[in-house]
Design a protein around this ligand. Structure first.
Ligand SMILES: [Zn+2]
Length: 105
């Protein structure tokens, strides 16, 4: 099953596994696809723009994480993920231990 590992822009899960649930081949950009990803932690959807790097396997048929090579050497490059992951805003003048907790989530 095709998947992609990334921080979730909704639930802030670190290295969440997204399932590839849909795909659309870009009509004007060679090798470009829009891919619907579903977060395994919260179930929200995100869209990634990926390049198939010239291999002919659609993202839905990729057997692993999109960034890992399949049995034919095909691999996808993720060009962008939308919405973008929002980093928490850290209030000023916090003790270092509290500020570190904000950064780590
Ligand atoms: Zn999530």
């Amino acid at each position: 099953m095709a998947s992609y590992t990334h921080d979730c822009p909704y639930c802030a899960a670190k290295n969440s596994t997204f399932t590839v649930a849909g795909e659309h081949k870009h009509l004007a950009k060679a090798h470009a696809w829009s891919v619907l990803l579903i977060c395994g932690s919260c179930g929200n959807g995100a869209v990634a723009e990926v390049s198939d790097n010239g291999n002919r396997t659609p993202p839905l048929k990729h057997p692993h994480d999109l960034t890992l090579r399949d049995q034919h050497g095909g691999v996808f490059t993720v060009l962008g993920l939308y919405p973008r992951v929002q980093l928490p805003s850290i209030p000023e003048h916090l003790p270092d231990t509290v500020a570190k907790a904000f950064r780590e989530g």
